[in-house]
Write a new protein. Structure first.
Length: 256
């Protein structure tokens, strides 16, 4: 039994065959799929997926850093509104974080939005799914400054080095490992080799970042076993061990 801790199955890339995508995931042994939000425009399609497959798809609520623009305070109010709605259940605040890859125009606003949402996670006692791109060091510094607050969660699509991985785990966070671990020059294999299985989660980030041999194609949750198999090879353990430990990690973190 596998868990995909990060997949955007509600995006338009899946509009033509979403039912089949979920069926293929289940056939591949992927029992749980966690859906991170992007911004106010993605909430309804994400919620729809959660309603259609309530035993499979579990939703998060948050504002993605690349959606932080001049209206970011309005977007944060939407996040707050949904989190405080007792008729709804979200399993994490995410995905949130800092992305300085495409544009640094709103770097200050991204940091503010990130900190506001970290406070919301504490208020609602939820884990966080953290997005970092060209921002690992600054993100770690923010999280280390809050290490005694009780925050928990995952560094989604972890892209740091071994030392940064150790710092993330030291403050109580998991490392999200996806298809990048199958790329020959990614360096992520070194991180996986150095860290215990108890620190790792599986994810696809579908439809993005597919594992080999599917690079250049749409990613989907049924590819989770390919990622798990690579981890098993790196660590010299069975595929079953990777499935068992990473799923246990995920269910513990998300409170399932």
């Amino acid at each position: 039994m596998f868990t995909d801790t990060h997949a955007h199955l509600y995006l338009e890339e899946f509009d033509a065959d979403r039912d089949q995508v979920v069926s293929r995931a289940l056939d591949a042994g992927v029992k749980y799929i966690f859906l991170p939000n992007i911004d106010s425009g993605s909430i309804e399609p994400m919620q729809d997926a959660g309603r259609r497959w309530p035993a499979v798809c579990f939703t998060m609520m948050g504002l993605h850093p690349t959606s932080v623009r001049l209206n970011y305070r309005d977007e944060l109010e939407v996040v707050k509104k949904y989190l405080c709605d007792r008729a709804l259940r979200f399993y994490a605040v995410g995905e949130i974080g800092i992305d300085l890859y495409w544009d640094k125009t709103f770097e200050k606003e991204q940091k503010e939005a990130f900190n506001v949402q970290l406070d919301l996670a504490l208020e609602y006692e939820l884990p966080v799914a953290i997005h970092t791109r060209n921002s690992m060091e600054v993100t770690l510094e923010i999280m280390e400054a809050r290490k005694d607050k009780g925050l928990r969660g995952v560094f989604h699509c972890f892209s740091g080095d071994v030392a940064q991985a150790q710092r993330a785990v030291a403050i109580g966070f998991y490392l999200g490992i996806g298809g990048v671990v199958t790329y020959k020059k990614s360096g992520l294999a070194d991180v996986v080799a150095a860290m215990p299985l108890e620190s790792l989660l599986l994810e696809t980030d579908a439809p993005f970042l597919p594992p080999a041999p599917h690079r250049g194609q749409r990613n989907e949750s049924s590819y989770i076993p390919l990622i798990a198999q690579k981890i098993a090879e790196i660590k010299g353990v069975t595929l079953e061990a990777v499935a068992e430990v990473t799923t246990r990690n995920a269910l513990r973190m998300f409170g399932i």
